[in-house]
Design a protein around this ligand. Structure first.
Ligand SMILES: Nc1ncnc2c1ncn2[C@@H]1O[C@H](COP(=O)(O)OS(=O)(=O)O)[C@@H](OP(=O)(O)O)[C@H]1O
Length: 266
């Protein structure tokens, strides 16, 4: 296990929302931040997988986080942690009592969202997503074989990533959230379950939220919707490509259901 300048601090952060990327992590964090017993990070900094920052110790990282007061829990959201395997080991080494929330969406929908996000916002001008169509990236050249070496596909192989977290955290310390349901329904019921998981008061109610029909997403009545940039119109895939992707992901999904004990029905 990686050495770290800090001693183990059992409840350094009460809970991490670790991903997966493009599954609704921001909405989950935003809605939870309405709870008076929760504080959350403002920026995602990838601290636990960035070797240089991690080696510098906890103090600089901690100063960026909200201060915890009695009775207030700290939740840190970093959508990249789920598939960055070193993170599980490093968090467990420092803060092994911390709880973990994983929100997951249908892996094909997640992959599409990931692609569209990179196409719009990737910093690197030579990012493949900027110049290539989805179908060019997702299949190997002149083939109907899925290109599993493309990061977008790899990030949707949930069994592979979840296994690393199970090696480092007891299953009961990890809560799985259905990101498709979270997006489509009033989020209050799922948030109720999260309040129970965290051991905090049941505060968030259905009437804290409303469906913004223009955006097609639930928003907070008091604080409004998530910032622009969240919520893309999906692209249509041909039935053939859809079938190739379904067949490809099926065994990984089944493996994930077995490992987690939850059948998401993807
Ligand atoms: N209430 C609400 N408002 C806006 N968006 C919502 C909401 N609930 C779920 N979602 C879905 O969240 C998707 C973005 O996921 P993340 O926040 O995890 O993305 S990120 O990895 O942090 O960039 C985003 O995906 P895209 O639609 O592809 O942008 C949404 O589908």
């Amino acid at each position: 296990m990686a050495a770290h300048p800090a001693a183990t601090i059992p409840d350094l952060v009460n809970c991490f929302i670790i991903g997966s990327r493009k599954s609704g992590t921001s909405a989950l964090q935003y809605f939870l931040s309405l709870h008076p017993q929760l504080k959350t990070n403002q920026f995602e900094d990838g601290y636990f997988f960035r070797d240089q920052e991690y080696a510098a110790g906890l103090q600089p990282w901690l100063t960026e986080l909200p201060k915890r007061r009695n009775g207030i829990q700290l939740i840190v959201k970093e959508a990249e942690y789920f598939h960055r395997h070193i993170t599980a080991q490093r968090i467990a080494a420092i803060s092994n009592a911390t709880k973990i929330i994983v929100i997951l969406r249908n892996p094909i929908k997640r992959l599409l969202s990931d692609y569209l996000f990179m196409r719009r916002y990737a910093f690197a001008p030579n990012a493949l997503e900027k110049t290539k169509d989805f179908s060019e990236l997702v299949l190997e050249v002149n083939s109907s074989k899925v290109n599993a070496s493309w990061g977008g596909v790899a990030r949707s192989l949930y069994a592979k990533h979840f296994g690393k977290w199970l090696l480092n955290f007891p299953r009961k310390q990890i809560l799985l959230v259905d990101g498709d349901r979270f997006q489509m329904e009033n989020p209050a019921e799922i948030l109720h379950g999260i309040e129970s998981f965290l051991g905090i008061d049941h505060y968030l109610q259905k009437d804290h939220f409303f469906l913004n029909t223009t955006k097609g997403f639930y928003c907070s009545r008091i604080r409004g919707c998530l910032k622009e940039g969240k919520g893309h119109h999906p692209i249509d895939l041909t039935p053939r490509l859809m079938e190739i992707l379904r067949t490809f992901f099926e065994p990984f999904n089944q493996m994930f259901y077995q490992m987690s004990g939850v059948d998401f029905g993807w």
